[in-house]
Ligand binder design. Sequence first.
Ligand code: ADP
Ligand code: MG
Length: 421
Amino acid sequence: MSLMNTDLHSSLKKYFGFSKFKGLQEGVIENILNNNDTFVIMPTGGGKSLCYQLPALMKEGTAIVVSPLIALMKNQVDAIRGISEQNGIAHVLNSSLTKTEVKQVKEDITNGVTKLLYVAPESLTKEENIEFLRGVQLSFVAVDEAHCISEWGHDFRPEYRNLKAIISRLGDDIPIIGLTATATPKVQEDIIKNLGMNDAKVFKASFNRPNLFYEVRPKTKNVDADIIRFVKQHQGKSGIVYCLSRKRVEELAQVLQVNGVSAVPYHAGFDAKTRSRYQDMFLMEEVDVVVATIAFGMGIDKPDVRFVIHHDIPKSIESYYQETGRAGRDGGEGHCLAYYSYKDVEKLEKFMSGKPVAEQEIGNALLQEIVAYAETSMSRRKFILHYFGEEFDAENGEGADMDDNTRNPKPKEEAKDEVVK
Ligand code: ADP
Ligand code: MG
């Protein structure tokens, strides 16, 4: 083991208490310590934060971390402060700080105390912040959730487009680290182009989830009965049922309850108190099933979710991957079942028709891909991974027989006939 690696492992242990790196972390961190641009693509939960936190703690100067969500930043800052005696080791810079607080942040940065400075892109565009940051020693800039730069991603934020210009003003050759869990080639191209990272070393982890079983069933008028049967076959196990509309969420939750399934509804129309009550009931296993819109799931970490059902087809393969990704986090069984009818696709198209043309075009293109997924007769795992630019060996790859098409191959025509149009 090289001297550097020994160093890295002892720092990992010292700061985070871990004895091993996860996945590609070590290579990423070495690349950052060598002052190179770095592009990190890892699924959610892959351990991306540590990829920039550890080198930030080891390097001279302050690392700027751009992140879109204030709540996320606060969590991370609290976690980093927990590993140090010095409160100033990590700070958030945003418009909610008082003058005194801003003064303290600036003082800590100037004195070399602050290793990680979290900022929202809006704060980074402020001229007085740029002026200040130009004058201090910076180690690198990490752009977390870098897919926000792309209209092809699921969370486009126009302010992310200005980042490159601002970073260039902060100093010469400041290394840039881009991080995302979005694996689609289009989004990656956008990130590299927008951040000017053509020379970046790319670290891409596999997105294969071998313990998840993928299945698509035609959606008939008996879909509710079918779902009830499925849930009863998984009695006592935790599962999520996603529906497109709030109305459907409430109806289906009720239908399940009436049929003896312990279920709660969840959507953004409930007040915060009700939402957190239902969420807790699911997390504490007072109920087995949560019927929800996509408002449910962000940041939910329940390791033993055994099934994720989509009552309606999701709007893209990427959303489907993220939503089904909540199943089987513990490595155990995870059944991902989607109901599909072309009528639902038309509904989604109609949904989009009020939006700007460019947005509609992107939305429709993404929708056509999920339609192709639903209608395919090939390995669904291969289909998903191909979409993410990943080659999958459908015969011998990990999880190769874990989908309906591979288990029960059927002639294409027959499969098509079953689809309700
Ligand atoms: P991501 O941003 O990729 O979704 P996070 O950075 O939030 O993932 O990390 C996910 C989890 O993995 C966190 O609980 C983190 O503490 C844990 N983790 C990260 N690196 C390691 C490691 N080397 N060993 C053990 N756990 C780790
Ligand atoms: Mg993250």
